[in-house]
Structure formats: structure tokens, C-alpha cells
Design a protein around this ligand. Structure first.
Ligand code: 3PY
Ligand code: MG
Length: 306
């Protein structure tokens, strides 16, 4: 082997490639040309472990309340910061934002690193969208516009493997690509069915009419009120204080709370979140940009001296 002439060897000392000690350049050159180190033992297979525990699901099951923001930008750094702030879950929005399965894969990784539950809202109640999204490792699925018991059943079946549902099985990322050993499909199936969250959105007059049947379908963890679409469906878009909208909120809350399924809602302010908590909501979705906006506006005005 010709002598190495890279600048590091021209230094009096060079850092060893095998350790942290500094070697004289000649010794470093000798180490590089010496016979290779004895073969290391074969790598130990990484121990298979199940889907990361879903803390948000555990908290809901034990009667607790969970809080999380919409995430509308597929940015791992943003997701990481939101995780560090202490939310129970992040909801990656594929209905009103361009976040699909490809983006969900990396966003799920961020949540796994920080122990925060990852939930994705699919654009619509399509089995293939639900299955593909869960295959990325996302831990929960939120399904818009569930208007009947049949639609509720379709969403739940798409999210759960047999014998509960008909989700397709593969060694996808959700199953660690089958790479962690010992790998077991039955364990993956059992674990995914237990840990995954299913959140159904009720946001039309038709859904209210069918709600007594929707809550009887086994397998949903949260029935979520979409106040914006619901107000639109009732003919009062965005007017959440309208008596008819308020009456609908009350009706849905009563039926869901009586069913034992957790009530969920979108609430943009501390006041409305507390109002919904008083109504029994335990899955509170918020908009972090809306929470930040008054603070930032006030900062700008104060610093400018306005
Ligand atoms: C709605 O308000 O319609 C929603 O879907 C909330 O996410
Ligand atoms: Mg909606």
C-alpha cells in the first residue's frame, strides 16, 4: 500500500481509526497497513419489540384526558418541538393539509423517539388509505365524515387485523419490516390491534341522526365532534354559539358520554377547551398556531412600543 499522504498524516499526531487515542503518524500508517483485525463476532439480532406503547390510548383507557395539536406541515423538526412541549399526541392532518403516508413515515419516527402518540387523519374513509397509513408505523387513525354505523364499521375493520377487521398484513414499517428478531406476525397483529387508536369524526346532521347506532359499533376509542363541518351541516358555518349548533353539541356529548367511548373535539382556546372538558371531552385537539398567535401579536406590539 503506498504511503498515505493525506493531510492528517502530515500532522505530528493522527487520531487512531480504532480508538480515541492519538498515535504518532508513523504508527498510524503502520496500523492502517497491518493485517486486518480478527473478525468480530456476528452481530446480535436486534431484539424484536412490539409497536411502541401508545401512551395516549393508555391514558384514555384509564379515564384520563389527552391533548394534542394538528400538525399541517410535514416537518420533522416542527414535530419534534411539539413533542418536547409535552403533548400526548400529534395529529398529522391528511384531510386539510398535504400529509400522506410518505410524510407520516418520518413523522411517526419522531413520535417514537419522543414517546408521543402519532395519529394521522386520513383524507376520507377509504380502507386502503387507513391501511397504508397505519403501515407507516402511525399509531392511530382519525377518520372524517363518519355518517352511519356501516361507515363506522368500515373504518374500524380497515384499521384492525383479523379476527377484528380486515386490514391487510405485511412486513411493513409498522412490523419493523420483519427485521427485528425474533419476528412474529401473530404478536404484531395482537399488538397493533391492541395499541392502535381509532377516532371517528361526527360532523353532519346525518351522523347525529345515526349516532345511537354508531356508538354501538365495537372498536372505536374516540367519537370526535368536528365543530366546523357540523356547523356548516346545520346551516350556521362557523357560528359555534348558535343555539342549534349548541343543541347539537349537547346531544352528541350526551350520547357519546353515555356510551363509554371517549368524547373528542377541536378546541382552539383555553376557555373552549375547558368548556369541552366540562362537557366530558377527554380527547382535545387544538391548533397550536391559534394558541401562539395572540402571544406573538402582543410581543410584536409591545416591543414596537405600540
Ligand atoms: C371540523 O371542525 O370540521 C373538523 O373536522 C375538526 O378537525
Ligand atoms: Mg371536519
Amino acid at each position: 500500500m503506498p504511503p498515505l499522504t493525506c493531510s492528517i498524516l502530515n500532522c505530528h499526531f493522527a487520531r487512531s481509526v480504532v480508538g480515541q487515542a492519538f498515535l504518532p503518524a508513523a504508527a498510524f500508517q503502520a496500523a492502517l497497513t497491518a493485517s486486518p483485525a480478527p473478525a468480530s463476532p456476528p452481530p446480535t439480532p436486534i431484539e424484536w419489540f412490539p409497536m411502541h406503547p401508545n401512551g395516549a390510548k393508555a391514558r384514555l383507557k384509564s379515564g384520563g384526558t389527552v391533548v394534542g395539536p394538528y400538525v399541517r406541515h410535514a416537518d420533522a423538526g416542527l414535530a419534534e418541538i411539539l413533542c418536547y412541549l409535552g403533548f400526548d399526541f400529534l395529529l398529522f392532518d391528511g384531510e386539510h393539509a398535504p400529509i400522506g403516508p410518505r410524510e407520516c413515515e418520518n413523522l411517526a419516527r419522531v413520535c417514537e423517539l419522543t414517546g408521543v402518540a402519532s395519529i394521522a387523519r386520513v383524507p376520507s374513509n377509504q380502507p386502503w388509505m387507513i391501511g397504508t397509513t397505519l403501515d407507516t408505523g402511525i399509531q392511530g387513525i382519525q377518520v372524517p365524515m363518519v355518517n352511519s354505523a356501516a361507515e363506522a364499521e368500515a373504518a374500524i375493520r380497515a384499521a384492525k387485523y383479523s379476527p377484528v377487521g380486515n386490514r391487510g398484513l405485511a412486513g411493513a414499517r409498522a412490523a419493523n419490516y420483519g427485521m427485528k428478531q425474533p419476528f412474529s406476525f401473530p404478536a404484531h397483529i395482537r399488538n397493533s390491534n391492541e395499541e392502535s387508536l381509532v377516532i371517528l369524526q361526527v360532523e353532519t346532521q346525518a351522523a347525529i341522526d345515526n349516532l345511537p347506532e354508531i356508538v354501538k359499533v365495537p372498536g372505536s376509542d374516540v367519537i370526535f365532534i368536528g365543530p366546523t363541518d357540523l356547523s356548516l351541516s346545520l346551516g350556521h358555518p362557523g357560528d359555534f354559539r348558535h343555539p342549534e349548533v349548541q343543541a347539537a353539541f349537547e346531544k352528541i356529548s350526551g350520547i357519546v358520554n353515555d356510551s363509554g367511548i371517549a368524547l373528542g373535539v377541536l378546541a382552539n382556546t383555553v376557555e373552549s377547551s375547558l368548556e369541552w372538558r366540562a362537557r366530558g371531552a377527554r380527547y382535545i385537539l387544538t391548533v397550536f398556531e391559534a394558541l401562539m398567535a395572540p402571544v406573538i401579536r402582543s410581543y410584536i406590539q409591545t416591543v414596537r412600543g405600540e
